[in-house]
Design a protein around this ligand. Structure first.
Ligand SMILES: *Cc1c(COP(=O)(O)O)cnc(C)c1O
Length: 403
């Protein structure tokens, strides 16, 4: 099969929910993907911050293969050894006491929302405060928590009980709290909203407010977690502990799995029968995630992400001198954005044509979230390609400029 055939089949048989680039990959190795025509790309998208070990990581591949030959799925009607071990690892490495497993980010956030409501129900509280430009997923409650009107259009009415406040504004957050508020739900660093970082003191202030007012602090670390920002969890960067944290994306290294971790007093609100998931934390997914977390620990990937991320940002910053369209480079660890004064989509295309995968999170924001295993050589190559792509976009082919 070739890319053209895949595009035709997709157009004919798949719902048109995605605006897809005209490329179909056939295999991957480390930080590189190869398409059906044999062209190789440096992957700084990593399946949207998912493939943290890169592609075809031997540890992950052999763990999945071995588990698949034993048993893939049994359901949560029974005990699952690998799920229990994964829960133990996550709890021993986080600020939380209990874990629940599901299959995606949206489902993890649905779970966190239900947990906060069940906990709050004891005091008649149900409202959850979220920040503008948040992204928490596409299921109806996660969508209601996603304060970006473009995602809501056509799907109303959404579940009530969500209140939006401006991001990074502590006073606005405090004045939105009512006797009905049960939780505050935030991404520690906004991802899809455009890689927006909190000001110093903001998250610490949110933590204080939650303590003072008896609110559950839910941190959505679906994108920021699992070492991406240079610590296992981004909340460690801010010296705070959440009451509930949601994970997905990098957790399974590409195998679908989501998780909710919670402090004991909140987790206790869930009683048998309150919540569940048929596939959640099954043998295959838990085994994959266990291979991912033990590799993160053994290879010290958060520390590596911190160092190589700083190097990436250092190498990207000079681009703003040679390319006036680059207005800012910002990032933490390997969660990096290049802000442009032009439409980012044309730069994404120009990079892809030259063998570099990046994507745009907002109209003018390029996002770089490569696998955590990248080397300085990979960074140098990516920056070289981005440099050439920016030059080509600023000066389209066929146009000559005298200087
Ligand atoms: C990707 C993402 C989600 C949604 O995850 P899905 O697996 O697509 O449902 C939720 N929150 C954040 C912060 C994300 O980046």
């Amino acid at each position: 099969m070739d890319t053209q055939t895949v595009a035709e089949l997709s157009g004919k048989f798949l719902m048109s929910t995605y605006k897809r680039a005209p490329v179909a990959f056939a295999s991957g190795q480390g930080v590189r993907l190869t398409d059906m025509e044999g062209k190789t790309y440096l992957d700084f998208v990593a399946g949207i911050a998912v493939s943290i070990l890169g592609h075809n990581h031997p540890e992950l591949v052999s763990a999945i293969a071995q588990q698949a030959s034993k048993v893939i799925h049994t359901s949560n009607l029974y005990l699952i050894s690998e799920q229990a071990k994964l829960g133990q690892w996550l709890i021993e490495h986080s600020a939380c006491d209990r874990a629940f497993f599901c299959n995606s980010g949206a489902e993890a956030n649905e779970t966190a929302i239900k947990l906060a409501r069940k906990y709050g129900a004891q005091g008649g509280r149900f409202e959850i405060i979220v920040a503008d430009r948040s992204f928490h997923g596409r299921t109806l409650a996660a969508l209601a928590a996603t304060a970006q009107p473009k995602y809501h259009k056509g799907f109303e009415p959404l579940p009530p009980g969500f209140v939006t406040v401006p991001w990074d504004d502590l006073a606005a957050l405090e004045s939105a709290i009512t006797p009905s508020t049960c939780a505050i739900m935030l991404e520690p660093i906004q991802g899809e909203g455009g890689l927006r970082f909190p000001s110093p003191g903001y998250l610490e202030g949110v933590r204080r407010l939650c303590d003072q007012r008896g609110l559950v602090l839910i941190l959505d670390e679906i994108q920021t977690g699992m070492g991406r920002t240079g610590r296992l969890f981004a909340y460690e960067q801010f010296g705070i502990e959440p009451d509930v944290v949601t994970l997905a994306k990098g957790l399974g290294g590409g195998v679908p799995i989501g998780a909710v971790l919670a402090k004991a007093r909140i987790a206790e609100a869930f009683q048998p029968g309150d919540h569940g998931s048929t596939f959640g934390g099954n043998f295959l997914a838990s085994t994959a995630a266990l291979a991912v977390v033990t590799t993160i620990e053994r290879e010290r990937l958060p520390e590596h992400a911190a160092r190589i991320g700083a190097y990436l940002i250092d190498r990207l910053r000079p681009l703003s001198r040679s390319h006036p369209v680059v207005t800012e480079v910002r990032g933490l660890g390997l969660m990096v954005a290049v802000e442009l004064s032009i439409d980012a989509a044309q730069v994404v295309d120009a990079c892809r044509e030259r063998g570099l995968l990046v994507n745009a999170v907002q109209p003018t924001t390029l996002r770089l979230v490569p696998p955590l295993i990248i080397t300085r050589g990979d960074v140098d190559e990516a920056v070289r390609i981005l440099d050439a792509a920016l030059a080509a976009v600023a000066q389209p082919a066929g146009v000559t400029r005298d200087s």
